[in-house]
Design a protein around this ligand. Structure first.
Ligand code: GLN
Length: 315
């Protein structure tokens, strides 16, 4: 029996139990409400989907739940911007360092010179990245993003949640002010509202845990989909993305996640978490109730349990 099969047999037996024991801590979290539409998500849901390179999957809990990618999408727009513009152009607009601040903070854009976002996974950085996606119009840029995400998820039906998109666009005063500040700092090219539209669109792409696991699997295998054999991302750009996921992917709880779980990951305020065991599994998790740092409270608890039980930490 290979290592993978052995893990899978063990996990199959215990995954449901781990979901059951992690779920109660959702009661200590809250579903995001600053984007009004997100508040409709069930606060007591928790699901996980684990996919291996042969396409074998394990799942438990509410893994059929649909949710929007939110900040998880930032990993893949970063990759697309790197593929479109190259490393030099991208890193002239965003830095490579964690902030230790909230994901939507604009504090350092004024405090630290030059006023470029510290990294591409905070809101300011992802907004800057949206302006680097190739395309003659916001619609074309968004269409390219969606089609890239569809190919990574091997799912041509991935689409926007129009209600979440509208809800964010109508209430995003903070992100809009950040966009204008970035424009003034010389970071954003083009029209601020058009750049923000590309950003809101990619945050509102609807997925389930299986979609996230498939996208994660491509990263786990350095950019080549192990199921189809197709190379979708140059290896170097996956390396960059995985490093950012490790240092900044769980916002200002990334250090704690690295210690407790030890895997590259990216969370979103809809309660999704995309993570992977490099060379082995792609993993999608959802649990809409969030902790104070904006990460799925039960999702993090579940990943801590599994990673410790199966000794998944890379460190
Ligand atoms: N669209 C969300 C926002 O800009 C994404 C944030 C997140 O998932 N942390 O606020």
């Amino acid at each position: 029996m290979s290592d993978i099969d052995k893990d899978f047999t063990i996990v199959q037996e215990r995954l449901e139990d781990w979901v059951k024991t992690s779920l109660p801590c959702s009661a200590n979290g809250r579903v995001a409400a600053y984007i009004p539409e997100l508040s409709k998500a069930p606060s007591d849901a928790l699901g996980i989907y684990i996919l291996d390179k042969q396409g074998q999957a394990l799942s438990a809990g509410d893994c059929g739940l649909q949710f929007t990618m939110q900040s998880i999408s930032k990993v893949f727009t970063l990759i697309l911007a790197l593929m479109d513009k190259g490393e030099k152009a991208v890193f002239s607009k965003v830095g490579m360092e964690p902030t230790g601040d909230n994901f939507n903070s604009m504090l350092k854009l004024e405090l630290v010179r030059p006023g470029i976002p510290f990294n591409p996974l905070i809101n300011a950085g992802a907004i800057a990245i949206s302006s680097l996606i190739d395309g003659v119009s916001p619609a074309e840029k968004s269409a390219r993003v969606l089609s890239f995400f569809r190919s990574l998820a091997s799912n041509d039906s991935l689409d926007y949640d129009e209600d979440v998109y509208r809800s964010e666009s109508e209430t995003a005063n903070l992100n809009r002010s950040m966009g204008y500040l970035l424009k003034d700092n010389g970071v954003l090219e083009g029209d601020v509202d058009e750049v923000l539209d590309v950003y809101f669109r990619h945050c509102s792409i609807n997925v389930n845990c299986a979609d996230l696991s498939r996208m994660a699997l491509v990263l786990a295998f350095d950019g080549a989909d192990p199921i189809t054999g197709e190379r979708l991302i140059p290896r170097r750009y996956v390396q960059i993305a995985k490093t950012f996921m490790t240092t900044c992917g769980m916002y200002n709880a990334s250090g704690e996640f690295a210690i407790q779980v030890g895997l590259p990951a990216k969370s979103g305020v809809s309660g999704g978490i995309l993570t992977m065991v490099p060379g082995r599994y792609g993993i999608g998790v959802v649990g809409p109730a969030l902790n104070a740092k904006g990460n799925s409270i039960a999702g993090v608890q579940l990943l801590e349990t599994i990673a410790q039980e199966l000794d998944w930490s890379l460190f």
